[in-house]
Design a protein around this ligand. Structure first.
Ligand SMILES: NC(=O)c1ccc[n+]([C@@H]2O[C@H](COP(=O)([O-])OP(=O)(O)OC[C@H]3O[C@@H](n4cnc5c(N)ncnc54)[C@H](OP(=O)(O)O)[C@@H]3O)[C@@H](O)[C@H]2O)c1
Length: 326
């Protein structure tokens, strides 16, 4: 058994990481950390994940004594420091935050000065389905992609050679914003409501610019919906070469034929059908005007965060990619 720690296991993403690792047949969950809930049992804070461990204050030395690898589920910036402490002690790390997804230049444009730029060279972008699988297998540090970016990229990846212009319309559940409620994510703000946000530039567009070929004009418009878990990327794409509906569908079949976690389906997907799974359901078609419509539905906490992090960890540790995720 390989031993794994989850750092930030009191937050939404980290709590699910702990739940998945605890149920994993080849991994042993040896430490779960939190500051505000330190001293409480994880299964008291999150009964549904049934993790019978006590949350402890984060301490890199104590974690390194007990773990070969760690999943770090901190907000960006705080994550960089925690990842550095764990990498200095030789642990393999999957970081769920934005801190290691981008080049230093792109990161500092969208976020803030980087806290651990010396680690960027070894970090691999953790979306296996986008051609990163072999790099992830050899990596010591993997950056879990953003939830919006995961869905948008899975919808756009098969179209990358023909897309000229794409409007990415994201609809996301409130758990994507983390455990702490704000005035924007409070029940009263979200219930019976649809809230577009960050319409003039969401940070996740930087991941699309990085992963897709240059020259695709991108608009990225997220909407917060009154659902707790679930995320839909609806992409409206102007394509070169007037492809037929069959051409477009063939691109999706070719891209994902061998992908265990991506289902290419004949009708538009629904978020409820991927809830609490590591699956993405994708669909593409043409509208009457010849525009390509591409959809991807994921669970933001699973394929958009914790599930994908364990998928990456499986690859890094030489385990079957889907182990512990079914
Ligand atoms: N939620 C999603 O759908 C999703 C999807 C993809 C990626 N992510 C990324 O995954 C990471 C974790 O997200 P989450 O949704 O799990 O967030 P969360 O629910 O807010 O949890 C983050 C945890 O980090 C701990 N923490 C440590 N240092 C902190 C600091 N300086 N400031 C605030 N909190 C600190 C907090 O617990 P203590 O205070 O007890 O230590 C908190 O519980 C984030 O980087 C997020 O962007 C989230």
């Amino acid at each position: 058994m390989l031993s794994v720690a989850v750092v930030g296991a009191g937050g939404f993403g980290g709590a699910l990481c702990a739940g998945i690792v605890h149920g994993h047949p080849s991994l042993e969950l040896t430490a779960v950390t939190a500051r505000s809930d330190a001293g409480r049992r994880h299964d008291e804070v999150y009964p549904r994940y049934a993790v019978p461990l006590t949350l402890e204050e984060p301490d890199a030395d104590r974690i390194a004594e007990r773990a070969d690898a760690a999943l770090v589920a901190y907000p960006h910036r705080a994550a960089a420091q925690a990842v550095r402490d764990l990498r200095e002690r030789g642990l393999k790390v999957v970081d769920l935050s934005a801190d290691f997804r981008l080049s230093q230049e792109a990161y500092e444009r969208w976020y803030q000065p980087h806290e651990a730029p010396e680690l960027l060279g070894e970090a691999v972008y953790g979306l296996p389905e986008l051609g990163h699988r072999e790099e992830i297998r050899g990596a010591e540090l993997v950056a879990g992609p953003g939830c919006n970016s995961t869905a948008a990229l899975l919808a756009l990846w098969p179209l990358r050679d023909i897309a000229r212009d794409a409007v990415v319309d994201i609809k996301t559940g409130v758990s994507g914003a983390g455990r702490e409620a704000t005035s924007d994510t409070h029940f009263v703000s979200v219930a019976d409501n649809v809230n577009p946000y960050k319409t003039e530039g969401h940070r996740h567009v930087a991941e699309l610019q990085q992963e897709l070929p240059d020259g695709i004009r991108l608009s990225f418009v997220p909407h917060l919906l009154p659902i707790d878990q679930g995320l839909m990327a609806s992409c409206y794409v102007t394509a070169d070469g007037e492809p037929s509906r069959e051409d477009v569908q063939a691109l999706f079949e070719d891209a994902y034929r061998d992908e265990h976690f991506v289902d290419v389906i004949a009708d538009p997907p629904r978020t409820g059908d991927v809830r609490a799974t590591n699956r993405a359901r994708v669909h593409a078609t043409l509208d009457e005007g010849g525009r390509v419509l591409a959809f991807a539905a994921i669970d933001n906490l699973w394929k958009g965060a914790a599930g994908q992090a364990v998928q990456d960890l499986n690859l890094m540790l030489g385990l079957p990619e889907q182990e512990g995720l079914e």
